[in-house]
Design a protein around this ligand. Structure first.
Ligand code: GLN
Length: 287
């Protein structure tokens, strides 16, 4: 079939089969990816694709879709091809300079929001903000909160600032290696999704993570290098009674609880993500 005579449905069917095979995806997932790429390539909504499935496409449109598909088949993340990813119901710009927002991280946002009363000007810090998805979401969900976000990567901060501007979120952004630029500053709540994967974890050699910044993923031999630093330093940056919430790896809950206790945190708790994996741990400095 030449691209001149291709219909929307035939292009999507062909792409679905190829994605499923090349990336070992479930057919449902492959079809979803094919639709996302087609909607992006043709600047239409997913609903348009359904309504126009028997439409023939101009050769140029088919070629544009096929170019995107070829990049996806070679492993590039869908979020890099479209330049966006949804997080907590909003669209964030992403690039290879930042971690692609994960649904798992919405748990951290929910837990943070539960500690941010809507009527109060809570001061919140997001460590290693990346795309800014956590900081921007917290600022938009709690307009009275004062949200500060830091990242060591200037390129990541530029993306985060762009997202805050696009979504109209008031966030203070600082270029800082964890707490380095925050001497003397204290917050009611500190949150973060730091790198937590062990450097030799084979997971880093598969799928989307290969195209993400390693500095946002890997943290020493046991994956705890940054969590250790952050937890030890956090009490100096919390107000009395302040709380810390950190995302971590599936098998790091006990280690993080021990680190929290050593640093003087109380009421240590861990929470499961949607897949039932212990994903966020935290504690506070209350009496
Ligand atoms: N959850 C991510 C992954 O396993 C890791 C994110 C992180 O290190 N902060 O791909």
């Amino acid at each position: 079939m030449s691209s001149e005579t291709a219909t929307v449905a035939s292009l999507l069917d062909d792409a679905t089969a190829r994605l499923a095979t090349a990336l070992a995806l479930q057919k449902r997932e492959a079809r979803l990816e094919a639709r996302v790429l087609a909607a992006f390539a043709w600047d239409v909504t997913p609903a348009w694709l359904v309504a126009h499935d028997t439409d023939s496409l101009a050769g140029a449109q088919g070629a544009q879709f096929k170019a995107l598909l070829a990049r996806r088949l070679s492993g590039e993340p869908v979020a890099h091809l479209t330049g966006t990813r949804e997080f907590y119901g909003r669209r964030f710009h992403v690039s290879p300079d930042v971690l692609i927002p994960r649904p798992d991280t919405e748990l951290l946002v929910e837990l943070a929001l539960a500690r941010m009363p809507a009527g109060q000007g809570v001061e919140v810090l997001d460590l290693g903000t990346g795309s800014g998805c956590i900081a921007v979401t917290l600022a938009l969900e709690r307009p009275l909160a004062r949200v500060t976000a830091v990242d060591r990567s200037a390129a990541a901060l530029a993306i985060a600032q762009h997202n805050a501007g696009m979504l109209n979120a008031g966030v203070e952004f600082l270029n800082s290696d964890w707490f380095a630029a925050l001497v003397g500053r204290r917050f009611n709540l500190i949150v973060g999704n730091p790198p937590y994967v062990a450097a030799a974890d084979p997971h880093l050699a598969h799928g989307d993570v290969r195209f993400e910044p390693l500095t946002a993923l890997a943290a020493g031999a046991d994956g705890l290098a940054d969590l250790r630093r952050l937890i030890a330093a956090a009490p100096d940056h919390l107000k009395p009674g302040g709380a810390l919430l950190l995302e971590h790896g599936y098998d790091q809950g006990d280690a993080v609880q021990a680190l929290l206790q050593t640093a003087g945190f109380r009421h240590g708790q861990s929470w499961n993500d949607l897949s039932g994996i212990r994903r966020v741990s935290g504690g506070d400095l209350s009496e």
